[in-house]
Design a protein around this ligand. Structure first.
Ligand code: ATP
Ligand code: MG
Length: 271
């Protein structure tokens, strides 16, 4: 953890609106001399579905990995539900967060990766019950009941006894979605969750995600190249380039009438 944060209690903290679930303030992330996030500011309101678009290598995955605490920012702060993710307040000062604090805040965040990342040695049911039992302290019965409901929701109620290697990529990804939801996170992070799938399996996974978007109040922060999907589910689209959000708006606005030349260029390449 970098300790060179320039924050202290005396400095004004931008107001945390109660409806703001995620907030990045002046977040800088560098890899060597490559500044990937450059004083990045953005926020996601509770219950909204926000899609990040932008060129390859622009830092979209880096944003999600910071939220998962798989990476640490070099400067700036990230808040989830008003709580600092990377810092905690001690004796009126902001100091780098300890492991315990990070674990607590991170409980609110679920992520689905491009490469499923299921536990290969566990059957489907246990893939889903493992974290609710060990991290949230649910009983095995409670966790299994929750897992069965979620597996029904993603259309895999009959595969609870399969190992991941016995499932198609699309089925594995639907298990991964159920696994993330089993933790009842406030926000679901989705990083190009269909891009490793054979084309005929993409629609099934997107249908599950559409269903979740339309029937639950979970907040979603989504990176996708599936522009039709983004148009269907997003309340807001953020166009991201060179370490910053260069434009944001409703999907209708961004996809049909973007302000920036860079956004137009990007969309004409991907649409
Ligand atoms: N662990 C790392 N070490 C060094 N450089 C990294 C690391 N992770 C990412 N980068 C660099 O940071 C930049 C942003 O990467 P990131 O994966 O966030 O991009 P992205 O927008 O998700 O791209 P894509 O659309 O291709 O997935 C890239 O230049 C990448 O090479
Ligand atoms: Mg990426």
């Amino acid at each position: 953890m970098s300790t060179d944060t320039n924050l202290s209690k005396e400095q004004p903290n931008p107001a945390v609106d109660g409806s703001e679930l995620i907030r990045f303030d002046k977040v800088v992330k560098r890899f060597g001399d490559n500044t990937v996030l450059d004083q990045l500011d953005f926020s996601v309101a509770s219950g909204k579905h926000v899609t990040l678009i932008g060129p390859s290598g622009s830092g979209k995955t880096t944003i999600l990995r910071l939220l998962m605490t798989l990476l640490k920012p070099d400067e700036g702060t990230i808040r989830v539900g008003g709580e600092y993710l990377t810092h905690e307040e001690k004796n009126g000062k902001l100091v780098p967060a300890g492991e315990k604090h990070v674990r607590e805040v991170r409980k609110n965040i679920g992520m689905v990766f491009q490469q499923f990342n299921l536990f290969p040695n566990m059957k489907v049911l246990r893939n889903i019950t493992e974290a609710p039992v060990t991290v949230l302290g649910l009983s095995k019965d409670e966790a299994e009941e929750r897992a069965r409901e979620l597996l029904d929701m993603v259309g895999l109620g009959d595969r609870i006894d399969a190992y991941p290697s016995q499932l198609s990529g699309g089925q594995q990804q639907r298990v991964a979605i159920a696994r993330a939801l089993a933790m009842r996170p406030q926000v679901l992070l989705l990083d190009e969750v269909t891009s490793a799938l054979d084309p005929e399996l993409v629609a099934g996974v997107l249908d599950v995600l559409r269903d979740i978007a339309h029937t639950t109040d979970i907040t979603m922060l989504c990176v996708t190249h599936e522009m039709n999907f983004a148009r269907d589910i997003s309340d807001q689209v953020l166009m991201f380039d060179a370490g910053r959000v260069i434009e944001s708006g409703s999907p209708e606005k961004i996809f049909s009438d973007p302000e920036h030349e860079r956004t137009r260029e990007f969309l004409s390449a991907v649409l």
